[in-house]
Design a protein around this ligand. Structure first.
Ligand SMILES: NC(=O)c1ccc[n+]([C@@H]2O[C@H](COP(=O)([O-])OP(=O)(O)OC[C@H]3O[C@@H](n4cnc5c(N)ncnc54)[C@H](O)[C@@H]3O)[C@@H](O)[C@H]2O)c1
Length: 260
């Protein structure tokens, strides 16, 4: 029987490349996005998150094998907090029961190398407390502030997400249920999200100064898709709470000896 994968953010970029790759390999893919997907929902809203679960349950017949929680925004606006953190958690937690009958259940989220950037502590605390109203209030303050404040939102969503993954992956809901839960942390990938940073040689040089990628530089979404596909394959039975940096070396350059 083919494996059934749910991919959020499937209409564009890394999600689209992943959906295409899995389908080419014979998988059954249920794409989720705001538009142009099998299940069209807005992951920033309670209604959209509920419709995600019912829509995927209907489309799958109530059984899936893998969750790829990938949808996201990188704008310096409060909405980024809603989709990247709470929308991703709603995806993972809401769809987890549908993994129960899979012989090889898997889950992965798309974080970012931006999780290495200094976070906004108040926003990070609100995320980790699971307090969406407080997080949205703080994110709105950052959005209204000078650009350097709004720019903290994205990295903070990804820092909180990787913390949540590491805290929860070894626990009863995931490892205890036989589900490897991990994250990928891409460097700069050429997608509509990063067009402003990758569209010209000048922009590419500038972004690579901030995000050093000595191994093969800026890459294509298909290259991230290969890793997402492996992490959600039957072959991955023992990775637990890992944040796999697919970043051309930015983690190794920036964190050096401090991490292994
Ligand atoms: N492109 C990069 O360099 C890069 C680097 C690190 C991490 N990422 C992460 O990879 C993931 C995919 O990004 P991408 O580069 O493919 O971007 P993208 O903009 O090409 O695709 C993101 C998709 O998410 C969807 N989405 C956004 N808000 C949504 C919502 N509220 N509800 C449902 N769907 C929503 C969008 O409609 C879009 O189709 C994101 O989580 C992003 O943060 C990207």
């Amino acid at each position: 029987m083919p494996r059934t994968y749910v991919v959020t953010g499937a209409a564009s970029g890394i999600g689209l490349a992943t959906a295409e790759l899995l389908a080419e390999r014979g998988g059954r893919v249920i794409g989720v996005d705001l538009h142009d997907a099998d299940v069209n929902v807005d992951l920033t809203t309670a209604e959209g998150r509920a419709d995600l679960v019912s829509g995927v349950a209907d489309a799958s017949g109530g059984r899936i094998d893998a969750i790829i929680a990938n949808a996201g925004l990188a704008l310096p606006v409060a909405k980024t907090a809603a989709v990247n953190y709470f929308g991703t958690l709603a995806t993972l937690e809401g769809l987890r029961p549908l993994l129960a009958d899979s012989p090889a259940p898997r889950a992965v989220a798309t974080a970012s190398m931006a999780s290495l950037f200094p976070p906004d502590d108040a926003l990070l605390d609100a995320f980790l407390a699971g307090d969406e109203p407080a997080a949205m209030a703080r994110a709105s303050e950052l959005e209204a502030g000078p650009p350097e404040q709004g720019n903290l939102i994205y990295g903070t969503t990804k820092r909180a997400l990787v913390r949540w993954i590491r805290r929860n992956a070894p626990g009863p809901d995931w490892a205890g249920a036989g589900i490897p839960l991990n994250a990928i942390a891409p460097g700069v990938v050429e997608t509509p999200m990063t067009e402003a940073y990758t569209g010209t040689e000048e922009a590419r040089t500038a972004i690579l100064e901030m995000v050093p990628m000595p191994l093969n530089g800026i890459f294509q979404p298909r290259d991230a898709a290969y890793l997402l596909a492996w992490l959600t394959s039957e072959e991955n039975a023992h990775l637990c709470g890992q944040v796999v940096f697919i970043d051309g070396g930015s983690d190794a350059v920036m964190r050096g000896d401090s991490t292994w």
